[in-house]
Write a protein that binds this ligand. Structure first.
Ligand code: B12
Ligand code: SF4
Length: 446
């Protein structure tokens, strides 16, 4: 039996290439390939960079689905089903909204693939498969099979993606990770992680955890081991790490040069609404940020706008806060009401969703607001995000932040990363807006 793995893209503007800053190696596919018994044939098509042809020889098609890629995934699924292929779907969107995917898949997988994937394939081979399987939430184990996309490696950003653990112990209401993993964090054995790091082609690593400090004693041990490998790495953390100076020191020593922090908002009322008020209670925000910078770690600051106390003024305040701290880069995104989250249910019950299944809406575009914000219109929210993002990434702002970068680090590699990321964001801010989410298949083939 032959399996075709597919990673759907979200779409492209006519005549333009897929966003460079999103072209990371598809770790999900490497993990699934590793879990696939050796007796099955396997191929991988990456919809972001190549044509996904429904005539590709195979018996079953395994598609990974996020909310943004759901429409595109369903279009592809229908094409494969017309060719008589069995379509299997899994991933965040499928787990959090299985009834949506069930309309387009023969087999729906809820949760992690570890522990069930080989059994699902055996059932398909025997013709006795069920429409739905439920995997336990589990950490990854062993080494992912990156040979499945070795031929495409040059097209991806030169960064190796590694999983340390899965989940997060916090329960922010808008967050898919919190809904998927139910407030639990489970990590891999350190030996696995170290062994994997040693096999990777690139020496810059993105540990894809959403909150790497969910288990502090483990994080300490991990950083001590990683320090021996002489690598550079980045990850996503919560601001509370700044409360632990020793952990910060270990982290820096082990090669961490940049962290993404989800500040989300600087308004305590918004943080309360999303159940992230602990982010404000941690102490003086400015002081915590300074501590991270003083430890020699740069910050990719991420904000989400559209909660009930956001008005035009809030954008200016966040921009000022970001400029004051001279963050390496920032993200000013609008709130996304992902299905399966508490925020989605609340907005739905308040009648504030503009479309219940906005991700399938015809002509839905990246940047389009799918709910009614309280103090601005959906159009204003979209424009304010764009305008303030553009402002942070003007050449004047990029140059203006340079002296601070020099005072924080002399490392040429970080200066290179600063220019690469800031220029990429400078040129791609507007390119993102208006990307069709789930483009027409015929358009995609042109
Ligand atoms: C790296 C990353 C990115 C990268 C690259 C993404 C890529 N697809 O290569 C970049 C930076 C470009 C990115 C962009 C975005 N991302 Co992102 N990203 C991640 C991140 C941190 C890691 C993904 C990963 O490799 N995980 C490791 C793999 C092994 O885990 P997994 O995918 O869950 O797979 C397991 C199971 O889910 C299941 N499974 C998954 N697929 C399938 C398929 C089958 C057939 C089966 C059987 C099982 C199965 O089995 C696997 C093993 O157990 C995740 C968070 C996370 N920790 O996972 C967010 C995450 C996927 N991103 C998210 C979001 C929202 C976005 C953006 C929309 C952000 C934005 N506002 O612009 C964009 C959309 C881009 C797009 N999809 O085209 C959300 C998705 C939520 C949702 N409901 O869909 C996540 C979950 C983050 C979050 N905190 O909510 N992202
Ligand atoms: S801390 Fe981050 S990953 Fe954890 S639930 Fe909150 S937003 Fe999600």
């Amino acid at each position: 039996m032959d399996i075709l793995f597919v990673l759907p893209g979200i779409g492209k503007k006519k005549g333009e290439k897929y966003l460079k800053s999103w072209l990371m190696e598809p770790l999900t596919i490497a993990v699934l390939s590793k879990l696939t018994p050796a007796k099955y044939g396997r191929v991988f098509l990456d919809d972001r960079i190549e044509i996904v042809d429904e005539n590709t020889p195979c018996d079953a098609v395994a598609i990974t689905v996020e909310t943004y890629t759901a429409k595109r995934a369903y279009e592809l699924a229908e094409r494969f089903r017309r060719q008589g292929k069995i379509v299997i779907m899994g991933g965040y969107h499928v787990t959090l909204c299985p009834e949506d995917a069930a309309e387009h898949a023969d087999v729906v997988i809820i949760g992690n693939a570890e522990g069930i994937w080989a059994g699902v394939l055996a059932d398909i081979e025997n013709g006795s498969f069920k429409p739905l399987y439920r995997g336990e939430t589990a950490p990854a184990y062993g080494l992912p099979d990156r040979s499945i996309y070795a031929d495409k490696m040059k097209k991806y950003l030169p960064v190796s993606l590694i999983e340390i653990g899965r989940g997060c112990t916090r329960k922010c209401e808008f967050c898919s990770i919190s809904s998927y993993y139910g407030g639990r964090y489970r990590h891999r054995p350190i030996e696995d992680i170290v062994a994997e790091i040693k096999t990777c082609e690139h020496r810059i690593f993105f540990f894809v955890d959403d909150s790497i400090f969910s288990d502090k004693p483990f994080a300490e041990e991990l950083f001590t081991e990683v320090a021996k490998l002489n690598i550079t790495w980045t990850t996503q953390i919560t601001l509370d790490i700044a409360g632990d100076r020793e952990l910060l020191r270990l982290m820096r020593k082990s090669g961490c040069k940049l962290v993404l922090i989800g500040f989300e908002s600087i308004d305590a009322r918004n943080l309360r609404q999303m159940n992230k008020e602990w982010n404000a209670k941690l102490g003086e925000r400015d002081e915590l940020v300074e501590r991270i910078h003083k430890a020699g770690i740069n910050i990719y600051a991420s904000f989400v706008f559209g909660f009930d106390h956001d008005r035009e003024q809030s954008f200016a305040e966040v921009l000022r806060f970001s400029m004051r701290h001279k963050f390496f880069v920032v993200a000013f995104n609008h709130l996304l009401c992902f299905p399966g989250t508490k925020t989605y249910e609340t907005f739905k019950s308040e009648g504030r969703l503009l479309h219940a299944r906005w991700w399938l809406q015809k002509d839905y575009e990246y940047g389009q607001i799918s709910f009614a914000p309280a103090l601005v219109t959906p159009g204003e929210l979209r424009d304010l995000c764009g305008r303030h993002k553009r402002e942070y990434f003007t050449l004047r702002s990029i140059f203006g932040r340079l002296p601070t970068l020099f005072s924080r680090t002399k490392k040429p590699m970080l200066h290179l990363a600063y220019w690469a990321m800031n220029l990429l964001f400078h040129f791609e801010v507007d390119k993102r807006i208006g990307i069709p989410v789930g483009e027409n298949l015929d358009e995609a083939k042109k």
